[in-house]
Design a protein around this ligand. Structure first.
Ligand code: 4AD
Ligand code: MG
Length: 437
């Protein structure tokens, strides 16, 4: 390459350098060759740019390299940024010089169709494909938006532990590990129990981290390791919790629409479906009514039954925004949920179901704040009282009503992206029978 220094820039920075000579490094995404021109699409993670080589304008070595270069080879291009309204990103590079930094041989993923099993075993390489890049960018945007949402509202982030001595969300899907020779530990199923004492210290708190559930079935909505964000708020009751959950989902959706339009377009996402979310109130349906709706749709459900994926889809299909199902039976919900004083067979909890068949994205509740009531619920659930002594202390020393919820990052991201399976919404999915790579 010539000695002349051209500033090194990323593809995303090109539009702010019109007419300037620059150097870009990345990988070959695609190429087309004509008689006297060769078109190389370079990708560098920040974007894609078409690099145009004319035989007359580049050194012979560059012209030949452009003929040889293979998919996913590492490349360096020096050229002049040209505004090109028809190109993605609005620019092209008129190439002055081009070289291959590392020639890539036989990249396993080609533009032809591959089976999902194959792609999952090549996940480390599959990440480079345009669709996966778009999904990961949207996921990352959602993560930033989550932190901004809580930061703006005065929440303190409190990280819950991952190694825990007991279960939070039932014992059927616990990952067990050896802590010491005498003691076992379990990977966290939720940070909630640790957030409640923190809410007494800091008022409004949230945690956001990896969460583990040893799911024993393969579904498109379940991962064994996923990321959950959980706010917990002192003096917040169920109505306020529903408002918070609605405001949260609306703000995240608007943020994705505003900042990741290009990625949504690449995923061919129907934007009108997401735009309505911000514009309308989310319906709130008590469980008892939800049962009637499902019965009318032909589902054989009655009070006390939990809803599966099909029921969730059927409940959500009448609406174009998420819907909150509230006041589930005590018998099917976690031990810590506050019973409704007006209807003690149900709890002051909510599940938010996304439209378009994406299922439950949020689960939350008001928590029992009465010490003796919580103690009796722990006993009813046959949970070891000694292990929950610290949790009971929150009710012993200055108790207070409080509420919180958990949102699965991958569930929300899948819905935003219009991607049916969670496995594409986390960089390295952990599923039943899959822990490689
Ligand atoms: O409804 P869940 O089990 O609620 C809790 O864990 C509460 N302790 C949260 C709280 O109140 N702080 O899980 C919350 C959300 C679900 O709505 C779903 O979005 C996601 O976590 N989720 C999963 N996502 C992917 N794979 C799984 N196996 C999931 N299980 C739950
Ligand atoms: Mg749930």
């Amino acid at each position: 390459m010539s000695e002349r220094p051209a500033p090194a820039v990323t593809v995303s920075e090109l539009p702010s350098h019109p007419g300037v000579e620059v150097t870009v490094k990345g990988w070959l995404y695609n190429k087309r060759t004509g008689g006297k021109v060769r078109f190389l699409i370079l990708r560098d993670g920040s974007g894609y740019v078409q690099c145009v080589l004319s035989k007359a304008e580049v050194p012979e070595a560059a012209w030949n390299a452009a003929a040889e270069v293979t998919q996913e080879s590492t490349i360096e291009v020096r050229g002049v940024v040209r505004l090109e309204p028809r190109a993605a990103g609005g620019v092209e590079l008129s190439v002055l010089d081009f070289r291959i930094l590392d020639a890539c041989k036989d990249f396993p993923i080609t533009p032809k169709e591959h089976g999902t099993d194959f792609l999952l075993s090549q996940r480390h390489l599959w990440l480079r494909s345009a669709r996966q890049v778009a999904i990961l960018k949207i996921r990352s945007e959602v993560e930033s938006a989550i932190h901004d949402f809580f930061y703006k509202r005065g929440y303190t982030r409190v990280d819950s532990p991952i190694l825990t001595p007991n279960a939070c969300e039932g014992t059927s899907n616990l990952f067990e590990t050896e802590y010491t020779e005498e003691e076992k530990a379990y990977l966290s199923q939720s940070g909630q129990l640790y957030l409640e004492p923190a809410a007494a210290a800091l008022g409004k708190v949230y945690c956001f981290g990896p969460t583990f559930r040893a799911e024993k079935s393969k579904t498109r909505r379940h991962l064994r390791e996923f990321w959950m964000v959980e706010p917990e708020v002192a003096f917040l009751e169920i109505e306020g919790l529903m408002d918070l959950a609605e405001e949260f989902i609306k703000e995240l959706t608007v943020r994705v629409l505003d900042r990741r339009a290009e990625d949504l377009k690449r995923l061919e996402r129907d934007l009108t479906k997401l735009e309505t979310v911000a514009q309308k109130p989310f319906p709130r349906i008590p469980y008892r009514e939800a049962v009637e709706i499902l019965q009318k749709k032909g589902f054989p459900v009655s009070f006390g039954d939990d809803f599966g994926g099909d029921e969730e889809t059927a409940l959500a299909e009448d609406f174009d925004t998420p819907v909150m199902v509230t006041r589930y039976p005590v018998s099917i919900k976690a031990f810590y949920m506050q019973p409704d004083p007006a209807d003690p067979e149900v709890v002051l909890g909510l599940d938010m179901l996304a439209p378009e068949g994406y299922g439950e994205i949020i689960g939350g509740s008001q928590r029992i704040h009465d010490h003796d009531l919580l103690l009796s619920r722990i006993k009813q659930h046959n949970l070891p009282i000694e292990a929950f002594q610290w949790y009971l202390d929150v009710r012993k020393y200055g108790t207070f009503p409080h509420s919180g919820f958990g949102m699965g990052l991958e569930r929300f991201t899948a819905w935003m992206c219009g991607v049916p399976h969670l496995r594409e919404c986390i960089p390295y999915p952990r599923m039943l029978y899959r822990i490689y790579p």
